[in-house]
Each structure stands twice: as structure tokens, then as C-alpha cells.
Write a protein that binds this ligand. Structure first.
Ligand code: PMP
Length: 413
């Protein structure tokens, strides 16, 4: 008798780390495609503001300029002219020279996070991370099995210095953090830089929201502040800076970059070899055109006025409908409002189920905690939906909160 063919369940299982992963980002992206649901969940820009015609024209120009070069595998470090353009941008901000050797172009900033995990983390290594922590970073590093300690920006936590000395790196999103929207003041940025220097570790500064300054300028990045202090010679500092065009232009270009001292860039480039050989030369050539033509710089302000209106609409709706149960700060930039329950026993994981029943989605705080224990808050996105949809979403959330409270075990009669 021939052996019957094995079914999929009998074949070898996926790697063990996957059982500790989650599909939440996938879920949010698919919810965003359902017109009956108001999604305050994803971290996406406003699709109707994407400059489709300008990108079409830039593609034509890029192909005319670069021809087959734009259709090849590229150098691992990225299109040289775009590396130079990013180096020039950082040099101008810092008032000192960064060269192309300080820049690695990546397939979105997300790839920068992934490469850092591969290049730096051995199982059990310690990361000191801003808390709550960007879900994508936790996802990127999960296969490497790190441990986490919370970064307290006051650096006042007992044992902070010793923890810093043990950490492989510190992970921070000082500009309009994902998920909280917090803008870290200059004093705290500099204190962290000094502490990192003293501890002799790396500082990963993840800065996708830099262009989304809704209430005036952000303090200088930690990278540029450090570089300005050391104006001479090759850049040799501890900062590994991640940037992207996802928020200033469109996420679909998948163009991001890492800026760091040249040795770290070489290590990350080697790591990239086994990841994707090279980022798309075509989208890098398009990105170069959109930067050199000045389009990116012209596009951002028009986007910001729409985002300001949306942020204000969301916050006004929260004040009208949810202030009995939640508090929040109006974020000075970025894409998110972080709402924290007044009741420390509130569980936003449980609220989420009622929210879906009311056809509204948000991101529960637990996914931004490496231990999953933070259940009192939620992240609400304001960039993706029109002001009217945001107001409707908050009305639905109010109904979900009432359902949740009515269903809560042990509730007061
Ligand atoms: N870091 C943070 C903090 C983010 O919020 C995001 C995007 N949501 C990324 C990195 C990844 O950005 P990209 O689209 O460039 O991969």
C-alpha cells in the first residue's frame, strides 16, 4: 500500500518564536480595508493626500535619467546619489559633514529595525526601550529573543546606569512617539545621550515622525545634537538614526535610511545582503527625484494642515464623548492620540471586542508592552480618516465603552 500523503498539520511546524508573535498589525491593515469599520487603528497617512500624479511624473523622469540602472539589483548600501542626498540633509541639520559612508538606504525604516536586530541581538540580550514601545520594533526583534528594560527619560530609576551598561542598545522615538505622540524635550534628549556615552552603548533613534510637526518645530534630533558637538573628523558617535519617506511622501516607496558611524553602516550592509540583496533601485530613483525637485519639501506643509484639522477633530470628539472614562494629551505632532483610562482596572483588550461589535477599531495598549501587561490605554490614529469619520468613530467608541462597562464582571449595580 502506498503511504498516504501527509497533510499540512503533519508536516514540520513553524519556528518556535512564531508562537510568541502576534498578527495584530495584519488584522489592523485588513480592518482598514472594510468600509463598514471606522479604523482608528492603523498608523497610515491619508491616502487621498498621496501625490499620485507627481509620483507618476517622477517615475517617468527617474527612468529616463537612470534607464536600466533603476531596474537592476543595486549596491547593497543603496543608490549612491540618494545616499549622498540623505548625507547632505543630515549634514545641513547638524552643521557638520556626514558622508555617504554614514548612510545605508533600507526598504523602509522597518528594515533598519530588522537589520539592527540581526546585527546586534543575541538571544537574552538586553534592550532598554522607550515604554510603551513601538509594536513594529517588538515584532522585528522577537525572533532574536531579547529581554527588555524600560527607558525612564528622567534616568532617575534605581540601577539605571548599571542597566544601561548591560544594554546592547537603547531604543527611543523622541519625536511624537508611536504609540503615545509624546515629544521628548531637549534636556532629556541630551541627558540620555550623556548617559549612553558614559555607559558605552548604542542609542537607536527612530525618527519617522520628524516631518509631522503640527505645533511648531521639534528639538534637534539626538544624532544632530551629538554631531554638532563633535564637528571634526569622521562621525564616530553612538547614535544609530533611522529615517523614512513613509510619512513625508508615501509608505509605498518603502524608502528609509540608517545614519550611523561608518563601521556600523558596513555591518548593517553586510546583514542586508542576506535579507533582500538590495532595496528597490526604482523607488530609490523616484525618491531622489522627489527630493531633488523640492517636491517633498513643498508637499509636507499641505499635509500638515489636514492633519492638524484631523487631530483637533479627534480630540474635540474625545472631550465630548469619552472624557468621563479617559484622559489624553493633545499630541504636538505625529499621527496618534494615546488615551489612558481613569480607572486603573479598565481593560482595553476587553473593550476592543465591544469596539469591533460597534464597528470601530483602535490599538489596545497591551501590544506596546513586551510583557503584554499594559491594559489601561489605547492608541487612536487621526491621520487616516476624515474629521467626520473620526467623530463617528468616537461616537461608536462611546457606545463600546458603555457596553464594556455593562458587561464587566463585578460592576456596581
Ligand atoms: N518606526 C516607527 C516608530 C514607526 O511608527 C514606523 C511606521 N509605523 C516605522 C518605524 C516604520 O516605517 P517605514 O514605513 O519606513 O518602514
Amino acid at each position: 500500500m502506498p503511504t498516504p500523503p501527509a497533510s499540512a498539520t503533519q508536516r514540520p511546524k513553524p519556528a518556535r518564536w512564531l508562537s510568541s508573535g502576534n498578527s495584530i498589525t495584519q488584522q489592523f491593515l485588513s480592518l482598514g480595508g472594510r468600509p463598514d469599520i471606522v479604523s482608528l487603528a492603523g498608523g497610515l497617512p491619508a491616502a487621498e493626500l498621496y501625490p499620485v500624479a507627481e509620483i507618476a511624473a517622477a517615475s517617468t523622469r527617474a527612468l529616463a535619467r537612470w534607464g536600466s540602472v533603476a531596474l537592476e539589483y543595486g549596491p547593497m548600501e543603496g543608490l549612491p546619489a540618494l545616499r549622498a542626498a540623505i548625507a547632505a540633509r543630515v549634514s545641513a541639520a547638524a552643521g557638520r559633514t556626514f558622508g555617504p559612508e554614514n548612510v545605508l538606504l533600507t526598504t523602509g525604516a522597518m528594515q533598519g529595525l530588522d537589520l539592527l536586530g540581526k546585527a546586534l541581538i543575541d538571544p537574552g540580550d538586553l534592550i532598554m526601550a522607550q515604554f510603551p514601545t513601538y509594536l513594529g520594533a517588538l515584532d522585528a526583534w522577537r525572533p532574536r529573543q531579547p529581554r527588555y528594560e524600560r527607558l525612564d527619560w528622567t534616568l532617575a530609576a534605581p540601577g539605571c546606569e548599571a542597566t544601561l551598561r548591560q544594554a546592547k542598545f537603547v531604543y527611543a522615538v523622541p519625536n511624537y512617539s508611536n504609540p503615545t505622540g509624546v515629544l521628548v524635550p531637549q534636556g532629556q534628549r541630551m541627558a540620555l545621550l550623556d548617559a549612553v556615552m558614559a555607559a558605552g552603548t548604542w542609542l537607536v533613534e527612530d525618527d519617522p515622525y520628524l516631518p509631522l510637526q503640527l505645533d511648531g518645530p521639534a528639538p534637534p534630533s539626538i544624532l544632530t545634537s551629538h554631531a554638532a558637538r563633535h564637528p571634526d573628523g569622521p562621525y564616530d558617535g553612538p547614535v544609530i538614526y533611522l529615517g523614512t519617506l513613509s510619512k513625508s511622501l508615501v509608505p509605498g516607496l518603502r524608502v528609509g535610511w540608517v545614519v550611523a558611524e561608518a563601521g556600523m553602516i558596513a555591518t548593517l550592509a553586510l546583514t542586508k545582503q542576506s535579507t533582500d540583496l538590495s532595496s528597490s533601485m526604482l523607488t530609490q530613483a523616484i525618491a531622489l527625484d522627489l527630493i531633488e525637485s523640492g517636491f517633498e519639501a513643498r508637499h509636507v506643509p499641505s499635509m500638515l494642515s489636514a492633519y492638524r484639522e484631523r487631530r483637533d477633530a479627534l480630540c474635540a470628539a474625545l472631550a465630548s464623548h469619552l472624557s468621563d472614562w479617559f484622559t489624553w494629551d493633545v499630541p504636538p505632532g505625529g499621527m496618534f492620540v494615546w488615551a489612558t483610562a481613569r480607572d486603573p482596572a479598565f481593560d482595553t483588550n476587553a473593550l476592543y471586542v465591544h469596539a469591533l461589535a460597534e464597528k470601530v477599531a483602535f490599538v489596545p495598549s497591551s501590544v506596546f508592552d513586551p510583557d503584554g501587561a499594559l491594559t489601561t490605554a489605547m492608541r487612536l490614529n487621526f491621520t487616516r480618516s476624515s474629521p467626520e469619520r473620526l467623530v463617528e468613530g468616537v461616537r461608536r467608541l462611546e457606545r463600546a465603552v458603555k457596553r464594556y462597562l455593562a458587561a464587566r464582571p463585578g460592576r456596581a449595580a
